[in-house]
Design a protein around this ligand. Structure first.
Ligand SMILES: [Zn+2]
Length: 568
């Protein structure tokens, strides 16, 4: 009893001491400027280590003016201030997706959508419905199918769709983008038949008679894809508008677009029209590096809205397509260790592009999934550092995209070489359903190794790979914190040792991603002077059980101090 009363007394003293600075600050003169937008009654998680938490933010124009308690910030309210009451919910820096295929994702919003299909009948039905609405000359496009969801993991064949597509060519991507399904009309257009050899870095799946089934892996997909009519600028603009609306809805204020380069003009057009509501970092194909070198573009070239100067290459394929490159064979396909992407062949080809690009000050970002692919790219970066000189002094920020499977001996190389691990947490809870069947438990233990990478001082940047995974960042935070696979079979986490904290996951999705595009001094945390890119949620993520993080919704999205989305 006595102890309790003494403790209560001490609490009162503490509370008074705690309140003193606020009481005195309230007596100070009001700040001269007033806020254009002010958020209060919030649980602000700032991602600013100097002041990790706060209750309110004052925004003046497109930048943050002050972050503090309600008492500190409310004096910024003036007659013109728009005030938002967050009702105690989380307020975070706007999400920055470090790896999206923005045009592909945006296009898919108006194409055949097969990501949730689990049967052949439904697959056929959706393709039939879509084909009926097409104009002459248009293709059946889209897909996002995953054969792991079909009974017995059956691979789809052209017979599934030939009957409902007829002479209309069809090309339907697997969700990982490393395989697709063509119908017979598309195969005919591509001149692809039983006599066509597998191209280097690709495979044509064949039936018992030796005829193509329609499923084409990696480089073989190009044989059909090159016949798809290019998008018109009008189609592209319409798609990107839809993609931006999707981004606003999910609190994304920045996207790093693995771009085809053609969309830069569309982003520019939308910016001029005041319609660009997410900042874009365009990561263009490494094969085109010479045009950027000649133009004198270096990493981070651009303005606060549109930047470029990064190059994307591929080292291997994907785990789902058995084309991710490993040191050891696949457990369920012992005749293969995966494939080098065609860009890696012949040996040294990637280095021949990456070294001069690095010397010219461009950023390199290479897709690597299997442990061998990651190892080869780390070795390539080390070789470039040897030839071009050391990195950090020159402001070099190399990236590896995906970093899914690593040998533990490679963890340390990320921090040592300054390589950013650009990863997509949702893939772990998706692939985690079946990954061990492919690679066994030991290799799985160092897969999606967020904890180990952070413990080895690596920089993490988070994203989705949309449309490979859903665009919603809250699913990514949920995946990073729980590692609970989508099939519900690992409620305590698949390889739980590799879980990270919510604070670490948010940092990777904001400041980490900003670092990966050279903008960490401008955005990625909530601090005075930074760009006012902010997301308001409907709950406090730090006070809900981890399994509820995925159910949180975005209430408002603010970009450059402007409210661009508020929940209906
Ligand atoms: Zn990707």
């Amino acid at each position: 009893m006595n102890t309790a009363r003494r403790a209560a007394g001490r609490l009162t003293v503490l509370a008074v001491l705690f309140l003193l600075p606020f009481l005195s600050s309230a007596e100070e003169p009001r700040p001269r400027a007033t806020a254009s937008l002010l958020i209060h009654h919030a649980h602000v998680f700032t991602v600013n280590h100097r002041r990790p938490e706060a209750g309110a933010i004052a925004i003046v124009g497109e930048r943050i003016a002050a972050v503090g308690s309600d008492q500190e910030i409310d004096p910024w309210i003036g007659s013109q201030t728009k005030v938002i009451d967050a009702h105690g919910a989380s307020v975070l820096p706007g999400f920055n997706d470090s790896h999206v295929h923005f045009v592909d994702g945006s296009m898919l919003l108006s194409q055949v959508q097969l990501s949730d299909v689990t049967t052949r009948d439904e697959f056929t039905r959706r393709v039939a419905e879509f084909a009926r609405g097409l104009k002459k000359g248009e293709w059946v496009l889209g897909g996002n199918w995953d054969h792991e969801k079909f009974p017995g993991a059956t691979m789809p064949t052209r017979e599934w769709i030939d009957g409902v597509t007829g002479d209309t060519p069809a090309w339907l991507d697997r969700y990982d983008g490393h395989m697709g399904l063509a119908n017979s009309a598309a195969l005919r257009l591509a001149g692809l038949d039983r006599n066509t050899p597998d191209p280097p870095g690709g495979a044509i799946l064949r039936d018992a008679n030796g005829d193509p089934t329609g499923a084409l892996k990696d480089a073989a997909a190009g044989l059909v894809e090159r016949h798809i009519p290019p998008l018109t600028e009008e189609q592209l603009t319409r798609a990107i508008r839809a993609g931006l609306a999707e981004a606003r809805r999910f609190g994304l204020t920045s996207v790093q677009d693995i771009s085809h380069a053609a969309e830069l003009r569309v982003y520019q057009k939308l910016l001029a029209a005041g319609e660009l509501t997410a900042r874009v970092y365009a990561i263009t194909p490494i094969q085109l590096y010479e045009s950027q070198v000649q133009a004198g573009i270096t990493a981070g070239f651009g303005n606060d809205w549109i930047r470029t100067g990064a190059l994307k290459g591929f080292a291997d394929g994907s785990l789902g397509s058995t084309t991710a490159l490993f040191f050891e064979p696949y457990n369920d396909a012992p005749d293969t260790r995966g494939l080098f992407n065609a860009m890696m062949l012949p040996e040294g080809h990637m280095l021949q592009m990456a070294q001069p690009a690095d010397a010219a000050g461009l950023q390199i970002a290479i897709h690597a999934i299997g442990d061998r692919a990651n190892h080869e790219i780390l070795a390539m970066y080390e070789e470039i550092a040897r030839r071009n000189g050391p990195g950090p002094a020159r402001g070099r920020r190399w990236r590896i995209e995906h970093v899914q499977h690593l040998r533990p001996s490679d963890y340390e190389a990320f921090a040592r070489l300054g390589v950013i691990a650009s990863m997509q947490p949702y893939h772990a809870i998706d692939d985690g359903r079946w990954a061990e069947k492919r690679i066994g438990h030991q290799r799985a233990a160092s897969s999606y190794a967020w904890r180990s990478l952070l413990d080895h001082h690596a920089m993490l940047a988070f994203g989705t790979d949309w449309p490979v995974a859903p665009l919603n960042p809250l699913l990514g935070l949920y995946a990073a914190v729980t590692r609970a696979t989508l099939d519900g079979k690992n409620p305590n986490g698949w390889i739980p040792e590799q879980k990270i904290t919510l604070a670490e996951a948010i940092e990777a999705y904001t400041l980490g991603s900003a670092y990966a595009e050279f903008t960490d001094t401008q955005k990625g945390s909530l601090a005075p002077g930074k760009l006012a890119d902010v997301v308001i949620l409907d709950s406090d993520l730090f006070h809900v059980p981890p399994e509820k993080i995925k159910d949180a919704k975005v209430v408002a999205t603010i970009v450059a101090g402007k409210l661009v989305y508020s929940a209906p």
